[in-house]
Design a protein around this ligand. Structure first.
Ligand SMILES: Nc1ncnc2c1ncn2[C@@H]1O[C@H](COP(=O)(O)OP(=O)(O)O)[C@@H](O)[C@H]1O
Ligand SMILES: O=C(CO)[C@@H](O)[C@@H](O)COP(=O)(O)O
Length: 564
């Protein structure tokens, strides 16, 4: 009798559950639930409280709704009894964090703080803690803190400590009312098992925790801000558990809510990018996985802990137990194209897409595919949402160079695709130059699945073959695999994630291979990209920072005029 595991993947816009057959990795049923509140970047749900620039919030009840709706849905679709589901695992965007009280209740769900922006979930792409991140980096560097090297030299404003410090600075009352500041992924597992445990992946990559050294010292936190001296004991105290472990079992209450049996094994929480690695069959060093969607994460395994300038981090057991897991990323990839289609594409293109029965991305991609490499004369810097790797600076902004009166939307669309490919090549070169080998490239995620031109361009720019995941829900498949590991071999699952990966991971047969002629022209274009990258990104000038300062000053002037 076949046994099943459920993986739930919490993305930026929606959550999805996949019911997977253990032993084959066959995805039997999938259900998606867009978040009721979406990404809140302008107003709170009350419709009145306006959010400042660079904010991005989510609502925690949306996460529970995903479980309540998608799990009964997949069981129904597949006509499978809850008795045959032996495990569940989840993965999340990260660092996506929220303040909770002693009862585990998110502060945004309390009467007292329901209209306070700082009480909500801060989504990974909430970039408003850049000032705190800058200050943290200056102080850590001045003190010679050795943890900085493990994070490529900089802590990102997307991560936990800058976000928590921003709360302390702007809303000390919320900080005081916070019993624990937790990753959303850990909070959801807490709702399922009744126990709050932190996973080693987000603790390591996002909260400056190290397997041997623990969190940074009290002295360091005190040097940041006297009030942070005891932040670890006061706000981050819960146990840290390695990924690949069992978090616990479904409580009666949670089981009833989501339609599974009480006692079903629950895996320790995980992150969307990292969990995808075993789902494409990667369990050894040298193979880079690009998880390509709203943003792109690059995950790579290694034998040793090496320092790579500008990477997001290296964490022991962060991806596969027993190995070093390296992470780098680009904070805007799909988002970049979405911005373009929503703001810059003329109505005639939408009419043409409608007449052809395709969406606007498909139309623009078809037109862009007709162009020769270099034909448009355009080049772009892919920093529409800052630069995550290798510059680690959310204040950097986008550039499009070479536009003329003849420039067409598809040319810009292609230049934006190419810019993201050059950004990935910059990351690949940073790893290689630091002695971390990359011999193979794999891709998964919405874009790897939907955009063949883009994958061909990446192959040409990287001059490497690219293998594609056979799953359209790779992170969810990875989570289901971890769910099967949590259940254990005795209950029909697996002893460890490597065994699960051997049986359940799948790749497509077709591989993207570089076209030599294109690759040669891309070498020239990449050289120009690299010059622009250094010019705007490495302090040769401050034009982007200056523009940001002028913008901030002008926004606060408008605000004070309104309040006067
Ligand atoms: N054909 C396409 N080509 C390129 N980008 C696309 C295409 N279709 C959608 N996108 C972009 O991909 C992103 C969604 O990626 P997806 O992997 O589905 O979601 P998520 O990152 O939330 O998991 C959106 O930002 C959207 O603009
Ligand atoms: O940063 C990470 C993981 O470390 C991602 O969760 C974040 O980029 C969001 O990913 P998506 O683009 O929503 O797939």
């Amino acid at each position: 009798m076949a046994k099943y595991s459920i993986g739930v993947d919490y993305g930026t816009q929606s959550g999805r559950a996949v019911l997977v057959e253990i032993g084959t990795g066959k995805e039997v049923a999938t259900a998606v639930k867009p978040y009721t509140h979406g990404v809140m970047d302008e107003f709170l749900p009350n419709g009145k409280t306006k959010l400042e620039n660079d904010w991005a919030l989510q609502h925690p009840t949306d996460y529970i709704e995903v479980l309540e709706t998608t799990i009964p849905d997949v069981l129904n679709q597949a006509k499978i009894s809850a008795d045959d589901v032996i495990g569940i695992g989840i993965d999340f965007t990260a660092c996506t964090v929220l303040p909770i009280n002693t009862y585990g209740t998110p502060l945004c769900l309390t009467e007292e703080f329901k209209d306070h922006p700082h009480s909500f979930v801060k989504l990974w792409k909430h970039h408003a803690a850049q000032d705190e991140a800058n200050r943290l980096n200056e102080i850590a560097e001045a003190r010679g803190e050795k943890f900085l090297q493990r994070y490529g030299g900089k802590i990102s404003s997307e991560w936990l400590v800058p976000k928590l410090w921003q709360i302390l600075n702007e809303a000390p009352e919320i900080y005081a009312a916070t019993d624990q500041f937790v990753e959303a992924t850990d909070w959801v597992i807490y709702q399922l098992t009744g126990d709050l445990k932190r996973n080693s992946c987000t603790a390591g990559y996002k909260a400056i925790w190290h397997k041997q050294d623990g969190y940074p010292s009290q002295e360091f936190f005190k040097a940041l801000d006297e009030r942070l001296e005891n932040v670890v004991e006061e706000k981050l105290a819960s146990e840290i558990v390695p990924i690949g472990s069992k978090a616990g079992e479904l409580t009666e209450q949670a089981a009833k809510l989501i339609g599974l049996n009480p006692g079903t094994a629950v895996a320790i929480a995980n992150v969307d990018a990292h969990v995808a690695v075993p789902a494409v069959g990667i369990t050894e060093p040298g193979k880079l996985l690009m998880i390509m969607g709203t943003s792109t994460c690059h995950i790579l395994l290694g034998d040793e802990e090496k320092v790579v300038p500008g990477m997001c981090g290296v964490v022991e057991d962060g991806v596969i137990p027993g190995l070093m897991g390296y992470e780098a990323g680009q904070s805007c990839v799909g988002d970049h194209f979405e911005w373009f289609t929503e703001n810059c594409v003329p109505a005639s293109y939408y009419e043409e897409a409608e007449a052809k029965g395709v969406n606007i991305h498909v139309l623009l991609t078809e037109k862009a595919a007709q162009l020769q490499v270099g034909e448009s004369g355009l080049i772009a810097l892919d920093w529409w949402n800052g630069n995550r790797s290798t510059l680690v600076d959310a204040d950097l902004t986008g550039v499009l160079l070479g536009a003329t009166l003849l420039t067409k939307p598809e040319e810009i669309y292609r230049a934006l695709i190419e810019a993201t490919a050059y950004g990935t090549r910059t990351i690949v070169e940073a790893f290689r130059n630091s002695g971390v080998p990359i011999n193979e490239v794999y891709a998964c995620g919405g874009i790897a699945e939907k955009n063949a031109l883009m994958m061909q361009i990446y192959s040409d720019v990287l001059k490497m073959d690219i293998k594609i995941s056979a799953s359209s829900q790779t992170p969810a498949l990875g989570s289901a695999m971890f769910g099967a590991v949590a259940a254990g071999k005795e209950r029909g699952g697996y002893d460890d994630i490597k065994d699960a990966s051997k049986e359940m991971a799948r790749l497509k047969d077709d591989i993207y291979q570089p076209k030599q002629q294109n690759a040669q022209i891309y070498d020239q274009l990449f050289a120009e990209y690299a010059r622009l990258y250094d010019y705007f990104g490495r302090g040769e000038n401050n034009v982007m920072k200056n523009l940001k300062k002028i913008k901030k000053a002008s926004v606060s002037q408008v605000k004070s005029e309104i309040t006067q």
